[in-house]
Design a protein around this ligand. Structure first.
Ligand SMILES: Nc1ncnc2c1ncn2[C@@H]1O[C@H](COP(=O)(O)OP(=O)(O)OP(=O)(O)O)[C@@H](O)[C@H]1O
Length: 258
C-alpha cells in the first residue's frame, strides 16, 4: 500500500562534489509531489536517492535519512534491490525492452523475481496495463514487441511495468519531456488515477504540469554554479503557485529565471 516518505538532512554527493545540501521534506501517502527548479539544482539527484538508484553511480553516496513510513531506506540491513521494487521509477525516455513482447515487458520484474505461473503472469499483465490506461490499445497485440508502440504508449508501458511489481511509491523523472501534448495529457490523467493507490514524486520542467498534477510542490535552486542545490521552498501546490513565500520561487514560477 502507498506509504509516506520523510527525508531528513539529506546531503548528496558524487565523489567529492556536494550536489545537494540539507534537504528535509515530508511526502504524504497517496499524494503527488512535484520537484521543480532550474537545470542542475539536483532534482533528479534527490529523486534517485529515494530508491537508492543514486549509489549506482561510482563513488556516489548520500548522508541523512530517507524513511519509507518507519523503514530507513539507508538502514544497515536494507537491500537496495528490494528498495527499487518497493519504490518504482519511470524515466524521461521510455525504455521498454524493444524486442520483448508487450506482455513480457510488463511482467519482466515478476519473472525476474521467479514467478512462473502463466495464468498469474497474464492476470498481472492485464491488471497493470489497465492501471496504466493502455489495455484497450494493446489487448489484441500483447505478443508484439514493446518497441513497436508509439512514444506515449511506450511510456505507459513502462508505467505498467513499474506497477506490475506492486510498488508503494512511484518516482517519475520528467516522464513527459519526450512526448507530444496529447500523450502528455494521457500521462497526466494517468497520474491523477495512480494517486489513488500510490505515492508519487515527479520531476518536471513544465510549470503548468506541476500545477495540474501535484498536491505539493518543492522548489530547488542553487546559489551559484558549483554550489550544492538546496530546497528553497515546499508547500501545497496552490500556495506555491499563488502565494510563494520566497522571491526566488516567485521569480522562477513566473518565468523570470531558469
Ligand atoms: N553522474 C554524475 N556524476 C557527477 N555529477 C553529476 C552526475 N549526475 C549529476 N551530476 C551533477 O549533480 C548536479 C545536480 O544534477 P541533477 O541532474 O540532479 O540536476 P537536475 O536539477 O535534475 O537538472 P536537469 O533539470 O537539467 O535535469 C549537477 O551539478 C550535475 O552536474
Amino acid at each position: 500500500m502507498a506509504k509516506s516518505l520523510t527525508l531528513e538532512d539529506l546531503n548528496i554527493y558524487y565523489g567529492d562534489f556536494h550536489a545537494v545540501k540539507d534537504v528535509s521534506l515530508k511526502i504524504a501517502p497517496k499524494s503527488v509531489t512535484a520537484f521543480i527548479g532550474p537545470s542542475g539544482c539536483g532534482k533528479s539527484t534527490v529523486l534517485r536517492t529515494l530508491n537508492r538508484m543514486h549509489e549506482v553511480t561510482p563513488r556516489a553516496y548520500a548522508t541523512g535519512s530517507v524513511m519509507l513510513d518507519d523503514l530507513d531506506l539507508y538502514g544497515k540491513d536494507v537491500d537496495p534491490v528490494g528498495v527499487r521494487t518497493t519504490v518504482g521509477m519511470v524515466f524521461q525516455r521510455a525504455n521498454p525492452f524493444p524486442t520483448m513482447s508487450i506482455r513480457d515487458n510488463v511482467v519482466a520484474g515478476l519473472k525476474l523475481a521467479g514467478v512462473r505461473d502463466r495464468k498469474r503472469l497474464d492476470e498481472v499483465a492485464e491488471q497493470s496495463l489497465r492501471g496504466a490506461n493502455l489495455w484497450n490499445e494493446v489487448k489484441d497485440r500483447l505478443n508484439k514487441p514493446g518497441g513497436a508502440l508509439s512514444g506515449g504508449q511506450q511510456q505507459r508501458l513502462c508505467i505498467a511495468r513499474a506497477i506490475a511489481v506492486s510498488p508503494q511509491v512511484l518516482l517519475m523523472d520528467e516522464p513527459c519531456s519526450a512526448l507530444d501534448p496529447i500523450s502528455t495529457l494521457a500521462i497526466e490523467d494517468l497520474i491523477a488515477e495512480l494517486k489513488k493507490d500510490y505515492t508519487i514524486v515527479i520531476v518536471t520542467h513544465n510549470m503548468q504540469q506541476a500545477a495540474r498534477v501535484s498536491d505539493q510542490t518543492a522548489f530547488f535552486n542553487l546559489e551559484d554554479v558549483g554550489q550544492p542545490g538546496q530546497l528553497v521552498e515546499v508547500g501545497a501546490t496552490v500556495d506555491i503557485f499563488s502565494n510563494p513565500q520566497r522571491k526566488e520561487t516567485e521569480d522562477y514560477i513566473s518565468g523570470r529565471f531558469g
